[in-house]
Design a protein around this ligand. Sequence first.
Ligand SMILES: Nc1ncnc2c1ncn2[C@@H]1O[C@H](COP(=O)(O)OP(=O)(O)OP(=O)(O)O)[C@@H](O)[C@H]1O
Ligand SMILES: [Mg+2]
Length: 277
Amino acid sequence: MAYIATKKYIENKIKIELEETEKEIIKEQTREKIVRLQELDKQKSEFTSMITHELKTPLGPIFGYCEVLTHPKFRNKMTDEQLDMVKKIENSAKTLQILIDDLLLIQKLVLGKITIKNEKFTLKKFIQEIIELQNNIIKEKNIKMQFNVDDITLNSDKLRLGEIINNLINNSIDFVSENTGLIEINAHKDGDKVKISIKDNGIGIKKEDQSSLFTEFYQVDTTLRRKHGGTGLGLAICKRLTELLGGQIWVESEVGKFTKMTFTVLVDNNRINENNF
Ligand SMILES: Nc1ncnc2c1ncn2[C@@H]1O[C@H](COP(=O)(O)OP(=O)(O)OP(=O)(O)O)[C@@H](O)[C@H]1O
Ligand SMILES: [Mg+2]
């Protein structure tokens, strides 16, 4: 009996040890696979960055020659139709440039290659400046703008914050109707952060689409996309940039009624470093 019990005990021990070893091997293999996949992902992003960068180079001469052709010296020799063609080439090149810049930016964000700069500035004046740049299209579509922005001084990255606000305003401009469109911008201090929201009375976004909006290349529906253009990178960029500035972004919306995008960023960027250590 003692022999059988000992044999069973040893067999069990071997079985358990075998199982443990198997588990260890699987764990090790999984770890290796994860490291390999991360490496491949990094290589893919670096490759995309390189290609995207190369795509920018041919744009230089396109813009250059368009500028030469629209110079009074050549302009006068062209018919209105020819001039119109040159303007179309220039506009297409501009669209391509925006797309390439967005692709480059998202790749840099994915690779963690964007460093934040700190600068003191007043939020109210900054938002007004951004809107002034959009004045032509706002007037063209006869959109009403309303502000309620606290007089706060930020110590943040002006360029990156501007990119977030610009992307959100551009979306609102695109999705409101002419003549009845209303865009409301609110910004208030909320603890160590500032909460900024951009609300419009445009077409709105269905509940089931809302959680995917911040994913790269996501656009809601094809018919509208064709009309609205764009590539679906804007909100993905906004999400990564707000996180980089110590905040978050979210959406509230009701189809046919409104879309409200709200995001937070730290009032003082130095707090990011404090939080990290
Ligand atoms: N204010 C809004 N009202 C209605 N739909 C919106 C609004 N903002 C975003 N969306 C929806 O979310 C999608 C993704 O927006 P996002 O800004 O990421 O991309 P895009 O505007 O299509 O392209 P891009 O910004 O890269 O030029 C849009 O295509 C649109 O379907
Ligand atoms: Mg957009």
